[in-house]
Design a protein around this ligand. Structure first.
Ligand SMILES: CC(C)(COP(=O)(O)OP(=O)(O)OC[C@H]1O[C@@H](n2cnc3c(N)ncnc32)[C@H](O)[C@@H]1OP(=O)(O)O)[C@@H](O)C(=O)NCCC(=O)NCCS
Length: 162
């Protein structure tokens, strides 16, 4: 497995992983899949910042991770949030950990102060992954989302970077 910075040519593989999560899980709180143009534009914003990474296994993208501004106002500029997604047939093989390692190192190098993970409260694999990297549970906000006809609670985890 190789973790490397994402390239424009990864857009479709990343979009497929994102759209699978949109259709089948509560990891992403929307039911609207990304079009190819939306996927390319979404990735382009990350490529400009150097904040997107992919894990390649046997020449195929098996997962991706990005970080970006947690909130838009400039007062939040030292805080980023992260997203890590691994293709379903590759879960539990250490790919998410490898991606998160690269993400945290990059956010540190670019001088960010805090990384936040906003996680659906029942997503135990993501919570466990983030705990292993030293993220602490800040709190859980009940019923701030909805999908598949039920309320979703948001767990917020925090990692100091500096
Ligand atoms: C969360 C996710 C990124 C973890 O990636 P991964 O490559 O499977 O994780 P790793 O193999 O590196 O394992 C890291 C930790 O995750 C946990 N984990 C991985 N798969 C798991 C599973 N199916 N069930 C429970 N925990 C799991 C493990 O506990 C592991 O820690 P441990 O080795 O101390 O037990 C992956 O499950 C995923 O893509 N899920 C769907 C998308 C998602 O929810 N993304 C996060 C949005 S906040």
């Amino acid at each position: 497995m190789e973790v490397r910075p994402a390239r424009p040519g990864d857009a479709e593989a990343i979009r497929a992983i994102r759209n699978h999560a949109i259709e089948h899980s509560t990891a992403l709180w929307t039911q609207t899949p990304q079009s190819p143009a939306e996927g390319a534009a979404w990735l382009a914003a990350h490529l400009e910042r150097g904040s997107a990474f992919v894990a390649e296994v046997e020449g195929e993208v098996a997962g991706f991770a990005v970080y970006g501004p947690w909130r838009k106002l400039d007062g939040y500029q030292h805080t980023v949030d992260d997203s890590v997604y691994v293709r379903e047939d590759r879960h539990g093989l250490g790919i998410g950990s490898a991606l998160l390692t690269a993400l945290i190192a990059s956010a540190r190098e670019t001088g960010h102060h805090v990384m936040i993970a906003d996680i659906e409260a029942e997503n135990s694999s993501s919570i466990r992954l983030h705990e292993r990297f030293g993220f602490h549970h800040v709190g859980t906000v009940p019923e701030v989302g909805s999908k598949f006809g039920r309320w979703l609670d948001l767990t917020i985890m925090r990692l100091p970077l500096t």
